[in-house]
Ligand binder design. Sequence first.
Ligand SMILES: [Ca+2]
Length: 314
Amino acid sequence: MPNVRSVIFDTDPSPDDAVAFLAAVASPAELDVLAITTVAGNVPVELTAKNALKALELAGRTDVPVYKGASAPLVRPLVTAEHVHGRTGFDGYDLPEPVTPLASGFAPDAIVDLVMSRPAGTVTLCCLAPLTNVALALAREPRIARHLAEIVLMGGAMSEGGNITPAAEFNFFVDPEAAARVFASGAKITMIPLDCTHQALITDERLEVLRAAGTPVGTAFYHLLEFNKRFDRAKYGWPGGPLHDATVTAYLLAPEIFSGRKARVEIECASPLTLGMSVVDWWGVTERPPNALVLRGIDADAYFKLIFGCLVRL
Ligand SMILES: [Ca+2]
């Protein structure tokens, strides 16, 4: 299988994270999921690690190792998002307590070891959470930046405004110093900001595909995403909430459904008002070299067809 891409998902599972990595494990002809590394974010790291195990057990894919990583951001106290995802991060459907143990080792070490033990340019890091684990991996072994094929991350906002403060998207707000280090690392980066994900709404019609599938995975994620949707509907007044994190998997499987351009991205780490804001030089006004491909457009119908199509195969 020469065209299979090896991927690691760094994640803080809420349901949209789990959709992202389960869609990948459902696509073995395209993606080989080497590991799931978990970090504190939507909920504390004990729960994000447990949620990753729950999702993999539901899908019967306990062969994918799950590592637990950082409990807190690099320099700041943890901010979580129970107001969106409930106390467990997986509210809305009761999944059994996992019986699979976590893989031994610290997630940032696992990232370094998995990347450096393989040929350069062969592992893609998929980031769905605050970037603490990635920054710690870069601190231990800066060469991973050039050894990786690419970092594809969901995070930031360009002109959409923030979702945790008026200026900042949640993942970058929780650990702005980590985000800044990643963007300064020299790695090839593709960034999927809220400007893109806010076009990908989980409408009733789209969600119905999961319910109608009648599979354990389809039924569970129908209810989990339905729970999220209530919050997003009340907050935004949209017909459904955005399915943020699975855009990362969709980009790996079908980059042609996205559009964007290369740009310089800097992360605000000082101002209390705009902490964690991603400042994107879309028009090239600084003439500084681009450090990321910033995706701004998505074919939402194609996205849901692709991603939910993967889920119902499990
Ligand atoms: Ca996430």
